[in-house]
Design a protein around this ligand. Sequence first.
Ligand code: CP3
Length: 343
Amino acid sequence: MADLRDSVFLRACRREATPYPPVWFMRQAGRALPEYRRVRQGNTMLEACRQPELIMEITLQPVRRYGVDAAILFSDIVVPLQAVGVDVEITPGIGPVIAEPFRRAADLDRLPALSPSDVPYVSEAVRALTVELGPVPLIGFAGAPFTLASYLIEGGPSRTHEHTKALMYGDPATWHALLGRLAVIAAGYLQVQIDAGVSAVQVFDSWAGALSAADYLQSVEPHSAALLASVSGVPKIHFGVGTGELLTLMGQAGADVVGVDWRVPLDEAARRVGPGRAVQGNLDPALCFAPWPVLADRVRDTVRRGRGAEGHIFNLGHGVLPETDPDVLRRIVELVHSETAPH
Ligand code: CP3
């Protein structure tokens, strides 16, 4: 039987040779799939995230449908926040909405550490999934401190992050205390998943690209690095969007793999990330809407540029868009798997 440790995904994380780049898609478990929309009916997003049977089914759907080389746990970056008592909901078409946004030092008391008993459904689902998945690795994940802080402070999604930056520039002591607490909660959430058997973890710092390199280094990187340092025993992936100017710093933050969006070509991204790291990415999710010959050329180009890196995990540059045709994703997997030139 194929061995999990020797899976192409884990080999690429370790920067070992693989016959082709492993491929999975951020947000592969989600609205692009009719079978997802069917099983989600009657539950809010966060209700679904608390039911082990639903977590399992939705996590497995893209593995069955696309033949991807890794599964990602169906959950959300705000699940651990809700589990420690934050009043948060995920509003369809908007994203996480926080009832009482965080602005002051006193708000820190609302962020206790996460204990495994806060998320029993996650441990249960991960344990059962690792059995079900056999040789296919399961990726666990958490939100990075900055991205979580942005939701908490703004009260919801923001393009400009002005309240977040106001706190960052105006009250550094509260800022660092807040990010420190969020790193502890995220570390606890990753540890629950690792103890239950995930094969790798990804830290999503989706909105880090809103910062200059100097501000990232001073105000954010120490907390992401602390989160990454808390993880041992499994490969770590560190991802953000619009991070072209941050890739060198992200490469130094402690992950084994740095995820990149489509704005920087993968060979250049690997150069910025530096030696001793693999890269993950980076097809523009909107290219899934282009004619197949155009898309196929870009897939091949991404694979070719990835060969210049020490390790490459094929992915989109951000999540699957909800209107994506699932058959296009299946064809991408097939094409990447047929690109078998020696790495
Ligand atoms: O990748 C996967 O397939 C695993 C599951 C996963 C979800 N969210 C499920 C989800 C992962 C890894 C996430 C992470 C996440 N959540 C991030 C980081 C990744 C990124 O996209 O940058 C962020 C920023 C969030 C916060 C969040 N949750 C947003 C912005 C939204 C979209 C809201 C909307 O309706 O457009 C969500 C909801 C969400 N998380 C959905 C899924 C499948 C859709 C909910 C639904 O089906 O109604």
